[in-house]
Design a protein around this ligand. Sequence first.
Ligand code: AMP
Ligand code: MG
Length: 458
Amino acid sequence: MPWRPCEPLFQHNLRRIVLRVASVQPCPWATHTLDPPPTGGESCRVISIAEAIAQVLSAVVATPVEEVGLARAVGRVLAEEVRAPFDIPPFANSQMDGFAVRSADLAGAGAASPVALEVRGTIAAGDRPDGVVEPGTVIRIMTGAPIPAGADAVVKVEDTSTEGTTVRFRHAPQLGEFIRPVGEDLRAGEQVLLPGRLLRAADVGLLASIGRPTLRIRARPRVAVMATGDELVALGTALEPGQIYNSNAYALAAAVEEIGGDATILGIVRDDQDALRAAFAATRGFDAILSTGGVSVGDFDFVKQIMDEIGLERRFWQVAQKPGKPITFAARDGQLYFGLPGNPVSSLVCFVLYVAPALRRALGLAQLFAPTVEVEMEHGVKTARGLCELVRCTLRRDGGRLLAAPTGTQSSGVLRSLSLADCLAISPPGRDELAAGARADALLLDAGSGVAATHPFV
Ligand code: AMP
Ligand code: MG
């Protein structure tokens, strides 16, 4: 369906969109509405961030499943339910270097009343569990070695002294002390991990412990990154007057890779309709296409027009946000087309708001959105009334307070202000400032930065 003036779509779909938003995970913009409401002309096309997120998510298709070796699985998303095929550990074993004993033999043992028993042999880790502890005797045992028959506790070597074949015990163990029982970690048949799990190092270890060499994993979404603009020059080329380097393609490709996508930089496309047509035609086979530039109202902003012309179903153009208002989104046959604004901060903020959740959904992740925290503004900042403004801020802790300070100019061309930022503090539509001391929701750009209290060990 070609794009039409959005009043019918906006009104007709509003209920559905709001319902969809209610069904996705809560995010700080879900309740933000347009203020003032759209009144007609171009402005009627402006939708809220919540509606835009719902539109994007509704178009996402999961990536296919592939078999991946465990050594390459960290950071990937599991696409199967994993159950333990047997008990872990599969045999009772010692938690300490010491002696496998019959606890009844050591009743009453203590520092002042040591009990002497005869040691018969040693069991090392990896030995077969075929020894037997007879009454009145013990077997020396190493950490991880199987508990021999007859033994019901382990006494650590530090609580003993040995002379020849006689061991003196200064400790009376509890039944089962320092024995790791069969199935202590996992029981046979127990659920280990669920589909949608972003695999971490401990998960990989757990999967290795149950002997899984390969796993069913969601394929990384293939994302094409295309920068449009006559002023853009590839890295490695000297700049002529009026030219700038194509930073967006690198920033976006990095953002894609950071969340587990597979980015391909397609290069620079001129502000020319034929060049754009050809570039879009070359994006078959990608799950998502990110273009930057050419979506605003300039004389050479042809991206929307070409998207319509080649029959992509344009879902929206313009969101009531700053930065990133002119974002355009279309979808066709499960392929997602994000026409991101050219300003470097705008394109990355749009990535955080729309592209990242879409890629996470394509990967089957349950957690679609970056974590948010409540912050207190350390300094005031003027914001755009009528738009939801995302203010680039640093974060620091001050006792129990989490303080956000704007990183200087909020111009969408100043990429350093985003590089310095730990979070995006949200000024909802209808507010024209985030005053010093005001509380705000803030979207974390990096889970660690600025939020951590002082390190507990350093
Ligand atoms: P546009 O959205 O095409 O009007 O571009 C808005 C601003 O972003 C202009 O100042 C462009 O020069 C700049 N810009 C566009 N594309 C890029 C890019 N790939 N890398 C860096 N800056 C860009
Ligand atoms: Mg441009």
